[in-house]
Write a protein that binds this ligand. Sequence first.
Ligand SMILES: *Cc1c(COP(=O)(O)O)cnc(C)c1O
Length: 465
Amino acid sequence: MEYVSTRGTAPTLNFEEVLLTGLAADGGLYVPRELPRFSPGQIAAMAGMDYSRLAFEIVRPFIGGCIPDADLEQLITDCYAEFHHPAVAPLVPLETNEWVLELFHGPTLAFKDFALQLLGRLLDYLMQRRQCKVVLLGATSGDTGSAAIEGCKRCDNVDIFILHPHQRISEVQRRQMTTVPGNNIHNIAVQGNFDDCQAMVKASFAERGFLPRERSLVAVNSINWARIMAQIVYYFYAAVQFGAPVREVAFSVPTGNFGDIFAGYLSREMGLPVKQLIIATNSNDVLHRIMNTRVYARGVLQHTLSPSMDISVSSNFERLLFDLYQRDGKAIADLMQQFKSSAITLSESAMQRVRALFSSQSVNDEQTCQLIAEVYASSGYLLDPHSAIALRAARDLRRDQHSIMISLATAHPVKFPEAVARAGIDVEPALPAQLSDLYARTERFQVLPNELASVQTFINSHLTF
Ligand SMILES: *Cc1c(COP(=O)(O)O)cnc(C)c1O
């Protein structure tokens, strides 16, 4: 399996190389040169497979022989054994033909565990084989950091450093990062905001001289190809339970960086009968505006009750653009060059193809809380704000009442108590058993000034190998 850049000029890579690479050298994102396709017979045979087995079937062609099958299967089995539900991604009915796919049974109670549990293990495996050590570095305002840390806690060949803005993330989120034991886990609380943290990470990737030369530096961000790959699996898993390849399904996806929903798009390209994909955003509606106006313009960041979707650009959207422009890297490079300084307008023919499959809606905080309250009152089911946005859009935009609509529930409501309270629900969601002692656990983190040199010195003096 070969991977090419969306901007056409960076070197072609194999899976192992792409795993260690974030942004391509030409500024683009890596995508497979050709997607694997599953025949109707192969998809029918997926019904009844357990999650790990299915994940192995879906992931194997993307690995392209970089990892022997038996090792890959073991790694995937270990990965999803960390989830606290026998189905890994259970489906819950709400109304007629309306289902919720619960993606929050992983160690940190959010869907990012699906990808980051696997990413950690893949990295560790490949580093072990190369006899190399890797430094994972990322900035987080919440979910990604804890999922990445959980994914690396048993990795002997990975040091992970996560920057978060000091006193600006929720206590649950901070504790989920800072209470994970392990010498290779390093939390840095920067006396600044999230943008400051991100700027330091970016600067460190641009100038890696602060690290010993033999260490690879890998980013924990949503553009890593392996994260998208891991997320394709649950689309297949859900659809085959409803009769794919014969019956069609639709998905509504709470979207920020366009990673999760892009995985849904790929599942369709790989043969799954996906009839409709709904882009559900919060007030950060950059994607919804593209759908309505053809214009891709940077938004002004708004802070909402669904903070994991608070973005001003949607980085993975470039991967869809690449397909829409007939995989013409030059065209994408030109568009993205223009996007640096101004808004861009997408071609009418490209937008027609997008609209045939995708619908979109932007849901504000008030509508989100209202739906949380409504669903709780009618069925006793408690949604987190991200998941509520998906369900709101699903109810408003579904094209066919007679086919199955699946809304992705990306986080457990306990992670976002503010939204639950604002919905007027006076029971506080309880922490699941495996986290019930979260508030009693010992925290470990280092507070550092908002200075690149301090952060880099800290990293350099805390490498464990
Ligand atoms: C990251 C995240 C999202 C958005 O996912 P994208 O891949 O960025 O679209 C939605 N919900 C939750 C809970 C998240 O953590």
